[in-house]
Structures are given as structure tokens and as C-alpha cells.
Write a protein that binds this ligand. Structure first.
Ligand SMILES: NC(=O)c1ccc[n+]([C@@H]2O[C@H](COP(=O)([O-])OP(=O)(O)OC[C@H]3O[C@@H](n4cnc5c(N)ncnc54)[C@H](OP(=O)(O)O)[C@@H]3O)[C@@H](O)[C@H]2O)c1
Length: 320
């Protein structure tokens, strides 16, 4: 008999109200795959765009569509013996790019390379706030190669990715300036930022020069690139969804037109990166920042909250 599980999905593009939870067949792991019992997920900026139908080239137009990208839970079954992984291990991970969304469910099936064990100091709701922190590691360590003493500017400093960029930037010895809304400046300062500024009342002409700019917003890239020192590096993880072609054209153009190029990447983190993330947590360099925890039945409210603006870290959705 097919076993069932609860999963969040939508049958059309639209606002948060299109999301609903229903029973679907529980996935069965194939050879080399892992069945994970999901305990919590978080809501990512990119998922709002997917649900709203703003990235149809990525999501396609077939329904129902699932939601949920990152997860924290435990290994429920291994289809074949897997080194370093046992049933019951508490793991975090991100759905592979090829699988699309679907983590907002009681179970997911992934390859072992998509996950790693998370630190014992975290409970699943806290752990679910951090998998996307791998994006911060890639941006700062691997793309910008941030060095101690450098000046770092973070746009979106209170958001899901931005809050980890601030923490990691500080832990790696940078002088960190965070841009966030006024209500969240206290949070960003508490995460270690040396300077905090309200993005709604600060123009780029009010800002100084930076060795590294990490942008999680995607709009107005040229203005922020102009803040770079001659050897400065800018990393953006987002682009302007209202001007996709122009944004991508600008990023690509910056790679051939002189220095200070803008680097973009699309994260698809694997075990080694999740393990690095865990070690940053173990060393006290990064901690999860959970704004509010919603039950799965209220995943639409979690999307609505993120869409409304003002998130402090992460909205987490608890699956059980
Ligand atoms: N390339 C990749 O691998 C990758 C990985 C993860 C995420 N992303 C993308 O990165 C973006 C951010 O994701 P996220 O999950 O961190 O989203 P998020 O949690 O919604 O955070 C976005 C943050 O940006 C702030 N913000 C909005 N407009 C701003 C502005 N004009 N100036 C400064 N800050 C501004 C928001 O602040 P308020 O809400 O207070 O206004 C919020 O704190 C999304 O587009 C997502 O798709 C890309």
C-alpha cells in the first residue's frame, strides 16, 4: 500500500493564499538515495518569486507545484549503505537544483551529497534557519575572498542570507557595514556589524568605499559597484526580476569591462559546504536567527510575512 505524507503545494501562480497542504504519496528512495524525515524548513526570498510565477523559466508552468528548498530533519531510511550516514542522523540540506522545490513536506528523498549532519547544539527549527548560510560562505570566502581588515558592505543585512553574511564577515575579521530597515538595525548590530544604516533613508552617495560588497537585493547594481575600491569585489546573489535581461547583461558585461567585476552564482551546496557551515556554528562564528516559527498548515502566512518585508533572519515552518 502506498504510504502518504503531507506536503505544501499550489495549483496556480499567485499570492501566498494559493498555497495549501494535502496528502501525497511518500517518496521512496532509490539506490544511493536517502529518505529524510523533514522536521522544519525555512522560507527563502526566491520561493516567493517562484510561487508568484515570476521565474517561469525556472519553475515551468505545470501544476501542482511544490514549495520548500532547504530542510532540517533526520535520516529515515537509506536505500543502500552510505558512508558516514546512518538512520536517525540529524541532517540539514537543500533540494538539488534539478529536483526543484519540495522540502515543505514530511519527507524528501535526496542524494547523500545534498546534506550533512547539523550541529548537536541546534534543534531542528534553529537548524532550518541556516542551510542557506552556505550561500554566505560561497559569497564571502569563495567568490569575494574576503580578507581580515577589509571593509564589507552587506545589502539586505537582516534577511535570510544577509544575516549570515554579516556574522561571517565579522568572524572573518572584516569591518562590516549592514544596510537594513530602521526596525532591524539593532538586530544587525547585534550580529556584529560595526556600522548599520537604514537603506530607506541612505543613498549610495552617503556611503564610503568598500573592498567587498555583498548584494542580496539585485537592483541598482551599478550604483553599489561604484563604491568599490580599485581592487574591490562585488558579489550579488540576486537580480532585478523586473529587469532580468538588463541585470544579467550588466553582470556579464562587468566581467569583461575592466576590474571590479560583479560576481553572480547560483548556489547548489554539497556536503562539504554544509559541513563547513556546521563548523562555523560549532566555533560560535555563526548562529541561526529565527524570526517566527509557523506550522505547516500556515505556510501561506509564512510566505505572506516574508513578502510584507521586515524579516529578522528567517521565517521557519515546522513540519510536525
Ligand atoms: N544565487 C543564490 O545562490 C541565492 C541563494 C539564496 C538566495 N538567493 C536570492 O537572494 C535574494 C535574497 O534571498 P533571502 O532569502 O535572503 O531573502 P530575504 O530573507 O527576503 O531577505 C532580503 C532582504 O533584503 C532587504 N531589502 C529589500 N530591499 C532592499 C533594499 N532596497 N536595500 C537593502 N535591503 C533591502 C529586505 O529587507 P526588508 O524586508 O526589511 O525590506 C530583506 O532583509 C533572493 O532574491 C533570493 O532568490 C540567491
Amino acid at each position: 500500500m502506498t504510504e502518504l505524507m503531507r506536503a505544501a503545494m499550489h495549483d496556480r501562480f499567485g499570492g501566498p493564499e494559493v498555497l495549501y497542504v494535502r496528502e501525497v504519496p511518500r517518496p521512496v528512495p532509490g539506490p544511493g538515495e536517502v529518505l529524510v524525515r523533514v522536521r522544519a524548513i525555512s522560507v527563502n526570498g526566491g520561493e516567493l518569486a517562484a510561487r508568484a510565477g515570476r521565474v517561469r523559466l525556472v519553475t515551468g508552468r505545470k501544476f501542482p507545484q511544490r514549495t520548500g528548498l532547504d530542510f532540517a530533519g533526520e535520516v529515515a531510511a537509506l536505500a543502500s549503505p552510505t558512508p558516514d550516514l546512518a538512520v536517525g542522523d540529524r541532517v540539514w540540506g537543500i533540494m538539488p537544483r534539478t529536483a526543484g522545490f519540495g522540502a515543505a513536506a514530511e519527507y524528501v528523498v535526496v542524494r547523500p551529497r545534498q546534506l550533512a549532519r547539523y550541529p548537536a547544539s541546534l534543534d531542528p527549527t534553529a537548524a532550518a534557519a541556516l542551510p542557506v548560510g552556505t550561500t554566505a560562505i560561497t559569497a564571502l570566502r569563495d567568490k569575494a575572498r574576503l580578507r581580515p581588515g577589509e571593509r564589507l558592505l552587506v545589502r539586505g543585512a537582516a534577511g535570510g542570507v544577509g544575516n549570515v553574511v554579516v556574522q561571517l564577515g565579522k568572524a572573518r575579521g572584516a569591518h562590516v557595514t549592514g544596510l537594513a530597515r530602521a526596525d532591524n538595525l539593532d538586530l544587525v548590530r547585534g550580529l556584529g556589524a560595526d556600522e548599520v544604516l537604514d537603506y530607506r533613508t541612505t543613498s549610495t552617495s552617503d556611503l564610503g568605499r568598500y573592498d567587498v560588497v555583498v548584494d542580496t537585493v539585485g537592483a541598482d547594481l551599478p550604483a553599489y559597484r561604484r563604491l568599490l575600491t580599485p581592487a574591490g569585489r562585488m558579489v550579488t546573489i540576486a537580480f532585478d526580476l523586473d529587469r532580468v535581461a538588463a541585470s544579467l547583461g550588466y553582470i556579464l558585461g562587468s566581467t569583461v569591462l575592466g576590474g571590479r567585476r560583479v560576481r553572480f552564482f547560483s548556489g547548489n551546496p554539497k556536503t562539504a559546504l554544509f559541513t563547513d557551515l556546521a563548523s562555523y556554528v560549532d566555533k560560535g562564528m555563526v548562529r541561526p536567527v529565527v524570526d517566527t516559527v509557523f506550522p505547516l498548515a500556515e505556510i501561506g502566512a509564512a510566505h505572506a510575512a516574508l513578502e510584507a518585508g521586515g524579516v529578522r533572519g528567517k521565517y521557519v515552518v515546522q513540519i510536525d
